[in-house]
Design a protein around this ligand. Structure first.
Ligand SMILES: [Zn+2]
Ligand SMILES: [Zn+2]
Length: 261
């Protein structure tokens, strides 16, 4: 039974990896062809915000992204369809959203609020803006002193983290923003979501021989999954890929939460 379960999990991971491979290819192609309407970087504005202790990209700038990448949205739609992730109702909803600016606005608002669910449109908006956001982060990060940031939100786009890593040697923790791909240092103990520093109000669950762990905050009832790099053989770990492929950790954390309720 256990072998069957593991085989099923391996099969699911292979399908997921194949899907993300095609998504990354479409995103890379979009960056190379540059035929969407990517907004230009306002470096001065971004750095002045950072100096004031704010995320470098303003909400206004992020709100405008919903309309900026129609070609990539089309390409990603085809990728999802090819991988059997869209049914007739999804396709109808996506077509409706393409012709209805209020619907598109609502999807972007949901994405920005961090409440994006598992609707295809939620995935589309985040995957379509990712190449632009991550390239902005790449340009801005050399100008920022991340050691001074120490906040529970992304220094570039202001999103909450959805993954963490414990460094192999220093054992320091960093947080990852999956919205723009930025990684920033954060204190080892403490909940980035509510600021709870009380160790007695945080539970740690270590999984898969130490490779992964999930920290559950008893105060805000949220969890953060993490990878311990001391248990990873390769030097080249993509936290973004790890975070995308570890949805099962979120399910495990939710199951623990439910069992305690
Ligand atoms: Zn970010
Ligand atoms: Zn918390």
């Amino acid at each position: 039974m256990q072998v069957t379960e593991e085989k099923k999990q391996d099969g699911d991971l292979c399908k997921l990896a194949a899907f993300y491979h095609d998504v990354f290819r479409a995103q890379k192609q979009a960056l190379l062809s540059n035929d969407d309407h990517a907004p230009s970087l306002h470096l001065e504005e971004a750095l002045s915000r950072a100096q004031d202790g704010l995320a470098a990209l303003s909400l206004d700038r992020l709100q405008s992204l919903g309309e900026a990448f129609p070609h990539l949205v089309d390409d990603l739609c085809q990728v999802m369809d090819r991988h059997g992730l869209l049914d007739e109702a999804d396709l109808m909803a996506l077509r409706a959203a393409q012709t209805d600016s209020d619907r598109r606005k609502a999807v972007v608002e949901r994405w920005l609020s961090g409440d994006a669910g598992s609707e295809p449109s939620d995935f589309l908006v985040s995957a379509a803006v990712f190449p632009w956001l991550s390239s902005q982060a790449e340009m801005l990060l050399p100008h920022l002193n991340l050691a001074l940031w120490q906040k529970g939100i992304c220094p570039i786009c202001g999103a909450e983290p959805s993954f963490a890593a414990i460094a192999r040697q220093s054992r320091l923790r960093s947080l990852l923003c999956t919205r723009c791909g930025t990684e920033w240092p954060f204190k080892r103990i403490g909940c980035p979501y509510c600021g709870n520093d009380d160790q007695d109000l945080q539970a740690y669950y270590v999984l898969q021989d130490g490779r992964y762990r999930v920290c559950v905050c008893e105060k805000c009832q949220r969890h953060l999954k993490a990878i311990d790099l001391a248990f990873v053989n390769s030097e080249h770990v993509s936290l973004l890929v790890e975070s995308l492929l570890s949805g099962w950790l979120d399910e495990a954390a939710d199951a623990v939460q439910r069992s305690k309720a």
